[in-house]
Design a binder for this molecule. Sequence first.
Ligand code: CTP
Length: 421
Amino acid sequence: MGALDGRRIVLGVTGGIAAYKAIEVCRRLVDAGAHVSPVMTGGAMRFVGSATFDALASEPTQVSLWDEEHPVPHTRLGQGADLVVVCPATARLLADYRMGRSGDLLTATLMATRAPVVVCPAMHTEMWEQPAVQENVVVLAERGVTIVGPDHGRLAGGDVGAGRLADPVDVIAAIDSILGGGGSSAGGDMAGLEVLVTAGGTREPICPVRYVGNRSSGKQGHAIAVAAAMRGAKVRCVTTQPETAPDRLGIEVVGVETAAEMATAVLDNFGTADMVLMAAAVADFRPVVVAGSKLKKADGAPEIKMEPTTDILAELGHNRSAGQVLVGFAAETADLRQNATSKLESKGIDMIVANDVSAPGVGFGHDTNAVLLIDRGGESSEVPLADKHQVAAAVLDAALNCLHNARDTGTVGGTGEGVTG
Ligand code: CTP
């Protein structure tokens, strides 16, 4: 039984353009077995209708303090809730909640509950950055409210910046974590495991201004970190994209830039890891010399001599202990299966996650991915184009399988030798 099964959740929706994403949150909560009571503000009703929530949720949507048969609907909802989530939360909601105003059913419900509250702010960057808004968020957090997001990304009207509603998957993850007691007490199928995930593309400096890099956004690695934490694992995420990394659900984010820094961070934390998923795109070569000052055009085209970096995964593959599972990733543009299989073998790992980054919607920078999973025994399966969070779930399912096999048989993956214990 999941942490959300049978739990009574009030889903508050306020009037922001992101209100449509609350529909996805509602559906996921219901799918996870929660009893969902939607409460919409008048503003929310201008963006999305209540009919969709009515169809998806466990109870009809409520909007007003006055239109229910129950004489005190705000106390009924607030007192009966196991958790209240406001998604999206506007600047007005944050201010009202902070000040204790209860002018509508949603704020009155927030006043009337002792249940944990999750608030997911979403607004334009200028609004989000207002000192008043920031102060309200800080005060609410100090009072024990869980603030999820906002993320950085595309906003209404084409602007890009901070203020985008957190991904529905992350909202569910936060709720799940709170209701399950968080971490290993959540009782997920990865409880008690220590997982090390790498994400993003490394940057190898040429001079203080320029670097050699690649197109990896870190999204797939970050999605794996979230998925593992949601399943109860203790997660450390070594990433070149710490500003977009999930620093919640107890995930420890370690920011790095170069392949050498990533190697140090991974090798330092490898000893206690049960599972390592190397989703990062690590540079194979770096400039031998890093110029101390900016290279100038007038000095002519630079000749940059490169030297190999440490192959972190291969290093792990040759130095692992019994029962540790290593998962590599292969971003290819041709001969996917063949290239992936040879990497699996040469690096001495248990499983490889291969994708054809030349296919539409696959890999670098996209929110979606399509992968081929191959394990050491030659078993393979395909995950067709799907959200990176869904791909993360499939990757973890397969990695857990490898872990159970390794521990059942007492086999070290890389060498195939039998060990005891
Ligand atoms: N990797 C690593 N250290 C490196 C390079 C790669 O740990 N210096 C890991 C990546 O994180 C990934 C896997 O190895 O999980 C495969 O990376 P990839 O660059 O595709 O493999 P290479 O062996 O470098 O092969 P290619 O010639 O295709 O670049």
